[in-house]
Structures are given as structure tokens and as C-alpha cells.
Design a protein around this ligand. Sequence first.
Ligand code: CAO
Length: 241
Amino acid sequence: MAPWPDVDFAAFGPVETKSLSRIQGLVASYLARNWVMIPHVTHQEEADIDGLDEVRAKLSVTTGVKITPLAFMVKAAVAALKAHPQFNASLDRSGRQLIQKKYFHVGIAVDTPGGLLVPVIRNADSKSVPELAAEIGEVSAQARSKGLSLERMSGGCFTLSSLGSIGGTSFTPIINAPELAIMGVTRAFQKPVNLDGVLAWRTMLPLSLSYDHRVINGADAARFCLTFARELTLYANGKQL
Ligand code: CAO
């Protein structure tokens, strides 16, 4: 590779130099490695989540837990991993052996003042939406206040990166190696959709799935996203929680 440009920025105007935080430094090295070593492709999809806000609001009242869309996305990730087990695997260091996982641990990207942390929700398949929401709330608060142990951030099968509370229409999340895929989520929006010949305004959630093209092909990714999206639509229509 060409050497990194060595520029004297002060020659062009006033500047200030700051060190990266410890977390930023670590994350930067992992992200750079993953981006360079994994052939990423990002597949885009939209999930019809019309009605999910009402389901969330009711559930928040009955359980006393703040239910955000992310808890439903963890459930959707588990459903998609079960239906498409090739996503619930990792390549070994040699890149020649695929390790199939029989457990469902889902990482969630949390934006903290010190940098990006990814706590892992273990055995997400055996937890209800309110249990997941409570755990996401607790672990993201801990990530922001005290940080997280390495143990709390290891063992993930698949990661969710939600920018939905901030904005965006799509992005290219970087895979959290040795996982094979990551689902990026941006802000839900309203759009007219043809429902059995009738045009209806629906709330749509943009999904951006980056996957490791060494192991996963585009057709698999398209099917995975459809399962993920359908699961969210089922929850929005009152699927048992
Ligand atoms: N569309 C519209 N609104 C959304 C939404 C979406 N996709 N996702 C969340 N919201 C809303 C929530 O419903 C909530 O609104 P109400 O208070 O009215 O219910 C509000 O946004 C705030 O949600 P939240 O941030 O408290 O909860 P969350 O579950 O959506 O997210 C967490 C939690 C920890 C993932 C988030 O705070 C965070 O850190 N996100 C950044 C992740 C990141 O940096 N990713 C990029 C990494 S690089 O790949």
C-alpha cells in the first residue's frame, strides 16, 4: 500500500492535535482489519413495521419496561439465523473451516462517549421481547457509564447496528469478525405501498445487511433479509411476544 500521507496541516491553518481514546484506538484497528480482510457486500431491504409503535407502547405499559424497536430486531435476527444457519457460523483462522454455531448470541452496537462498544445478548432465542428490552437498556447504560468487560462483548454470532434513533436511509456496516454478517438499521419512514391493489401509507424500516461474500452469496442474503423483515411484520401485526 502507498504510505499514509504525512501532511503538516498547520501549514494550512490553525489546528489542534488530540489522541484517540483507548477504545477508539482498539476499535479502529479491528475495523480496519475487518474491512480489508473481508470482502463485504451490503444488501438493502425494507421491513413493513406498520403497527409496531402501538404494540411497543402497549407492551411498555403492561410490563413497565421501555420497549424499543431493537428488542424486536434481536428476535428477528434469531428467527433469520435459525432459518438460514449458514449465517450463524464463523471461518477459522485458516479460512478453510467453517464452524457452525448451535447457540444464538446477538451483539448490539452501542455508541458511547469513549467509542463504539458491542455487548452481546446471550441465548437471545430463550428471552422474551420485554426481557431483551430490559437487558438492552441495562447493558447500554452500563456501556456508557462504566464500560464493559471483554467477556460481556465476546461470543457473538451476529451483530445489530441501529442508527434508527438518529437518522439515515441506509449505510454499510462493517462486519464484526469472526461473525459473517451484520444488520444495519436506519430510521423508519412512511411510504405508499400497494397492498392487494390498494395504495396505503405504511411505516417501513430500512435494513442494510453486510455479509462476508467468501461464505455467503447474494441470494442467501436476500432470503435472510426477507425472513428478518417478515418476522418484524409479524410482531407489528401482534405476533405472540
Ligand atoms: N426508526 C425510528 N425511530 C427509532 C428507530 C428507528 N429505526 N429505532 C429507535 N427509534 C426510536 C425509539 O423508538 C425511541 O423513541 P421513543 O422514545 O419515542 O420510543 C428513540 O428512537 C430512542 O431509542 P434508543 O436509542 O433509546 O433505543 P434503541 O433501542 O433504538 O437503541 C442503542 C439503543 C444502544 C442501540 C442506541 O442507543 C445506540 O447506541 N445506537 C448507535 C449504534 C451505533 O453507533 N451504530 C453504528 C456503529 S458503526 O457500524
